[in-house]
Ligand binder design. Structure first.
Ligand SMILES: Cc1cc2nc3c(=O)[nH]c(=O)nc-3n(C[C@H](O)[C@H](O)[C@H](O)COP(=O)(O)O)c2cc1C
Length: 364
C-alpha cells in the first residue's frame, strides 16, 4: 500500500502518508485552555497510527475567538497546556503541528461579540454583520501576532506550524478578488492580494527559520469571480520560494452553506473529491502536498496517492468516527473501520457552540 510508505516533510520523516486534518473540537475551557478531554482525544488518534496530527485552528488574538471553547495561543499562559497536548501525541510516535487562524470577516458577534474585520467593506453572509476594513497598521500587527503565536508553539514543543489561508478566512479574503476591493498595496493585483500572507510568512521565517511552516489553501473557491487555477498555482509556487515546507489543500469557503460544502463535503460529494483540484498544484511545486475531502475508506486515500494528486492524505471526520482508522487500514487491528457517513453532526455541533461528537463513536 502506498499509504503505508514513509514520506518526507522537510527534515521530518513521517512513518506513513496519513495526516490528521485540523478539526475544531470545542473541548477547551471558556478561557481557551487545554483540558484532559482534548489530550485524550488527540492521544487516541496518535495511538491509532496517524503519522502526524494537525491540531485544530487556534487564534492569535483574543479579538478573533472562533468558538466559546476553542483552544487559544495568543498568550504565554497557554504554553503549558499546549505542551501537554504535544507530549500526549509524541508519546505515540506521531508528529504534531498546530494550525493558526484569523477568521477576519467571518468572525461572529454572537460568539463573544467578535467584530468581523476584513480587506474591505463587506457583509458576513452568514450573519449579515458589517465587516470593518483593516488599516495597514492593523495588518502589520496581525502579522506580528502570527509570529508571536508561532514562537509559543515552538516553545510548547510542536514540530511545526500551519497558517490557515483557506476556507474563506482572513488570508483567503485578502487573496480573492471577490472580496478584496482595496486600492492600497494589499489589494488589486495578484502581488498585492498575496502580500498579507507572504509578508506574514517572511516574518515567521525570519523569527523561526528552522520551524517548519505549512500553509493551508483552498485549491479552488468553486464560485464565479474567485481566484483562478492559474492564480492558486502561482501562489503555491511563491509559497515554495518563500520557504514553506508543505501545502495542505482544502476547498471552498465557510462564508455560506453553498461554499462550505467544498470545505466539509456532504455525503452526495464523491470520495476524494478534491483530488483533481490538488493535482495541478502538486505538479507545479517540489514541496509535499496534502489534500483532504471525503476520505472515508483507505482505498479512497490510496487512489489519491496512486493518481498523483497528493503526497500525504489529510483525514478528518473519518478519525472522529474511528480513531484507529490507520491501524485497521494497515491490518494491525483486525476489525472493520467504523466509517464516517458525512452526516456532519460534528460540524453542526461546532456551529451550535457545542462540543464536537460523532453519531458513530460513543467513546470520544
Ligand atoms: C467539526 C469540524 C471542524 C473543522 N475545523 C477545522 C479547522 O479548525 N481548521 C481547518 O482548516 N479545517 C477544519 N475542518 C475541515 C477539515 O480539516 C477537513 O478539511 C474537512 O472535514 C474535510 O475532510 P474529511 O472529509 O476527511 O472530514 C473542520 C471540519 C469539521 C468536520
Amino acid at each position: 500500500m502506498l499509504l503505508e510508505q514513509p514520506g518526507q516533510l522537510g527534515a521530518l520523516r513521517l512513518k506513513n502518508r496519513v495526516v490528521m486534518a485540523p478539526m475544531g473540537t470545542n473541548y477547551s475551557t471558556t478561557d481557551g485552555l487545554s483540558t484532559a478531554r482534548d489530550k485524550l482525544y488527540y492521544a487516541e488518534r496518535a495511538r491509532g497510527g496517524v503519522a502526524m496530527i494537525m491540531t485544530e485552528a487556534m487564534v492569535v488574538t483574543a479579538q478573533a475567538r472562533p468558538h466559546h471553547n476553542s483552544l487559544c495561543c495568543y498568550h504565554d499562559r497557554f504554553i503549558p497546556g499546549l505542551a501537554s497536548i504535544v507530549d500526549a501525541i509524541h508519546a505515540h510516535d506521531c508528529y504534531v503541528f498546530a494550525q493558526l487562524n484569523h477568521r477576519g470577516a467571518l468572525l461572529r458577534r454572537s460568539v463573544l461579540n467578535m467584530e468581523p474585520v476584513g480587506p474591505s467593506p463587506w457583509q458576513n453572509p452568514n450573519t449579515g454583520d458589517a465587516v470593518r476594513p483593516l488599516s495597514v497598521p492593523e495588518l502589520i500587527e496581525i502579522q506580528k501576532l502570527f509570529v508571536a503565536s508561532a514562537r509559543r508553539l515552538e516553545q510548547a514543543g510542536y514540530d511545526g506550524v500551519e497558517i490557515h489561508a483557506g476556507n474563506g478566512y482572513l488570508f483567503q479574503q485578502f487573496f480573492t478578488p471577490r472580496i478584496n476591493r482595496r486600492t492600497d498595496r494589499y489589494g488589486g493585483s495578484f502581488d498585492n492580494r498575496a502580500r498579507l500572507l507572504l509578508e506574514t510568512i517572511e516574518r515567521i521565517k525570519q523569527a523561526l527559520p528552522d520551524f517548519p511552516l505549512v500553509i493551508r489553501l483552498s485549491a479552488s473557491e468553486f464560485v464565479d469571480g474567485g481566484y483562478t487555477e492559474a492564480e492558486i498555482v502561482e501562489l503555491a509556487q511563491r509559497l515554495e520560494r518563500a520557504g514553506v515546507a508543505a501545502l495542505d489543500l482544502s476547498g471552498g469557503s465557510n462564508e455560506s452553506p453553498q461554499l462550505s460544502k467544498y470545505c466539509i463535503q456532504p455525503p452526495s460529494f464523491p470520495r476524494g473529491c478534491l483530488g483533481p483540484y490538488a493535482k495541478p498544484v502538486k505538479q507545479a511545486v517540489g514541496i509535499p502536498v496534502f489534500v483532504a475531502g471525503r476520505v472515508v475508506d483507505p482505498a479512497d486515500a490510496e487512489a489519491l496517492l496512486h493518481d498523483g494528486c497528493t503526497d500525504f492524505v489529510s483525514v478528518g471526520r473519518a478519525l472522529y468516527a474511528d480513531p484507529h482508522w490507520c491501524l485497521k487500514a494497515f491490518g494491525q487491528v483486525k476489525s472493520p473501520i467504523r466509517k464516517c457517513i458525512a452526516c456532519n453532526v460534528c460540524f453542526e455541533r461546532l456551529t451550535l457552540e457545542q462540543d464536537v461528537a460523532c453519531v458513530h463513536n460513543d467513546y470520544g
